[in-house]
Write a protein that binds this ligand. Structure first.
Ligand SMILES: Nc1ncnc2c1ncn2[C@@H]1O[C@H](COP(=O)(O)OP(=O)(O)O)[C@@H](O)[C@H]1O
Length: 176
């Protein structure tokens, strides 16, 4: 499909579960009035989940169906998409991709607190150690639009919000 010029950028916030995507997206959407698109919630709401994966204790995502649902939402810009993956979205959807990172110990504590254990906990920690989501973003989008943000502390959280807000302002100025 032909890409349409947008008056506002679309942003993807990605990273391993537990790094702080939802926290960042919620604060960012309140501050910018952009629409927070939680992919997991959209998938549930629009019945884009297939049968249950017993290994990962979550349902399989029907990616094609989800992309059809999201296509219209992305046209006008002003979206903050929140998902622990980036490669199956069309590259043209996003102007900025922010990969949220934490130290392994921080992530371990957060996921334990969330009730993760066993293979699910280990796989997510490995995912962060091996920078899987960072590599996925870097191989799916132009390097100049992919930015890594460290998010272990409250102070970093506030800095990260400011960084993305400033990025949006710069985008708007150069796309008037
Ligand atoms: N910068 C931060 N400093 C401290 N705690 C944080 C920070 N960012 C997120 N958290 C906490 O970490 C947990 C996981 O955050 P969440 O936003 O749900 O992650 P994700 O959406 O990536 O799974 C939550 O309890 C949240 O309050």
């Amino acid at each position: 499909m032909q890409s349409v010029p947008r008056s506002l950028p679309n942003i993807l916030v990605t990273g391993t579960p537990g790094v702080g995507k939802s926290t960042i997206c919620k604060m960012l959407s309140e501050r910018t009035k952009f629409t927070w698109r939680e992919v997991s919630k959209l998938a549930e709401e629009y019945n884009c989940l297939d049968e249950y994966d017993p290994e990962y204790q979550c349902p399989f995502l029907n990616e094609d169906k989800l992309l059809d649902v999201m296509e219209g939402m992305m046209l006008k810009g002003g979206n903050i998409v929140d998902y622990h993956g980036s490669e199956f979205f069309p590259e043209r959807w996003f102007d900025g991709v922010f990969v949220i990172r934490t130290t392994n110990t921080t992530l371990y504590d957060r996921l334990k607190e969330r009730g993760y254990s066993g293979k699910k906990l280990e796989d997510n920690i490995q995912c962060e150690i091996f920078e899987t989501l960072l590599e996925e973003a870097q191989s799916s989008y132009k390097p100049e639009i992919v930015k890594e943000l460290q998010n272990d502390t409250q102070e970093q959280l506030l800095t990260n919000i400011d960084t993305i807000v400033e990025w949006i302002e710069r985008w708007k100025e150069s796309n008037l």
